[in-house]
Design a protein around this ligand. Sequence first.
Ligand SMILES: [Zn+2]
Length: 211
Amino acid sequence: MLDIMTLMVTPFGQNCRILAHQETSDAVVVDPGGDAELIIGAIEQQELKLKAILLTHAHLDHVGGVAALKAKFPEVKIYGPEKSDEFLLKTLDEQASAFGISNSGSFECEYVEDGQVLQLFADASFKVLHTPGHTPGGVCYYCKEENFVLVGDTLFAGSIGRTDFAGGSLEALLNSIKSKLFTLPDDTDVFCGHMDDTTIALEKHSNPYVR
Ligand SMILES: [Zn+2]
């Protein structure tokens, strides 16, 4: 079983998640957007063994703390996003001045592909769902064993991701949500990059943006 902790980071209230295995203390951090000291503090306080970082997309409020975590935990592997977000990773400094938030530096990541399965825990894996629309290389991570999906800024409780940033597309976003997320089991928990969490069933039946 995994414990899932949420740390709200950056002035944008980004939901960084720490997934921690209850028996082994192995841990995975998802979207460390900033406030790296806070994330490192939580990992150290609980004596977790950080194995990997998962990235849903390359906006700075989701990746701004990656370099600081990598410096602190050099063994950690960095997965995602899909390669089409490379242009965003190359412009982190420009994003920092545009968003007015800090960037802990550039980093190397292992790009992921649609359908790829990351076996990050002995008993929990993460299937990559390429979900372009908010950014071209945006991905979601579906954990079948624990019945949740990490969606970044693709889908929100009662809303959807913005499509007015570089490389965004409303048509692509709606297609991603309908074809990749709404085909998951209804009772799947949806962990969003900002604001509240939700479920696939709730969004299928009441999200006004996706009909
Ligand atoms: Zn974003």
